[in-house]
Design a protein around this ligand. Structure first.
Ligand SMILES: Cc1cc2nc3c(=O)[nH]c(=O)nc-3n(C[C@H](O)[C@H](O)[C@H](O)COP(=O)(O)OP(=O)(O)OC[C@H]3O[C@@H](n4cnc5c(N)ncnc54)[C@H](O)[C@@H]3O)c2cc1C
Length: 188
């Protein structure tokens, strides 16, 4: 089975990206090994949310994406390589194929480096390495994108979640061949 989009990482970055790609009708898989640093946070600076625990933010985000059809599998993604017109990702528990990949791996660039994707030193506090991306979120390997902490943005939930959404919209737009927007209208 092949996915339109495979996202590695289900923290605020990855689950937010999955919410957008799944809601846009793209067959979406999220692979995660449950090491989100957000699970240690208490958050009072996420716009629109008075306060929330990190674990709740992560769980609600995953539920939102699942509501629109995103599938989640648990396990560490250990290998990413080209396969046919897309990519194959191997985990401890299985292998998955997808045409577009979004890396939302937080503090870890291990998978990207193993795949030969270009990384560079991080600029944010305590971030050692990030994936080298262009302004759209493209990595050095076409078809592999990166977002959030691992894409080099400021490490705050409102920003990493927003960056996951931003890169997802770029991926959806590339698949559709035109700029994509997702606006629901208030029902009367
Ligand atoms: C103690 C603490 C307090 C914080 N407090 C705040 C706060 O008050 N306000 C605020 O805005 N921000 C706060 N933050 C920062 C916030 O957690 C981050 O900005 C942001 O949520 C990071 O999101 P992310 O999705 O990029 O990374 P993460 O949430 O770390 O998610 C990355 C995910 O990728 C997965 N992953 C990585 N590699 C692989 C792999 N090879 N295979 C499968 N899965 C993989 C991990 O398991 C993880 O689930 C805090 C952080 C910490 C540590």
């Amino acid at each position: 089975m092949s996915y339109d989009v495979i996202i590695v990482g289900a923290g605020p970055t990855g689950a937010s990206a999955a919410l957008f790609t799944a809601k846009a009708g793209k067959k979406t898989l999220v692979i995660d090994n449950d090491q989100s640093v957000t699970k240690r946070a208490w958050i009072e600076n996420h716009y629109g949310v008075e306060s929330i625990t990190g674990p709740d933010l992560v769980e609600i985000g995953k539920k939102q994406a699942a509501k629109f059809g995103a599938e989640f599998v648990q396990g560490k993604a250990t290998q990413l390589e080209k396969s046919g017109n897309g990519f194959r990702i191997a985990t401890e528990n299985g292998e998955y194929e997808g045409s577009h990949i979004i890396l939302a791996t937080g503090l870890s660039v291990e998978l990207a480096e193993a795949a030969g994707i270009k990384t560079k030193p991080g600029t944010e506090p305590r971030i050692k390495s990030i994936i080298d991306v262009d302004s759209q979120g493209n990595s050095s390997v076409k078809g592999v994108w990166a977002a959030g902490t691992t894409g080099g943005v400021s490490m705050h939930t409102i920003i990493t979640a927003g960056d996951g959404a931003r890169v997802a919209i770029n991926v959806i737009s590339e698949i559709n061949g035109e700029r994509y927007v997702d606006h629901d209208v208030l029902k009367a």
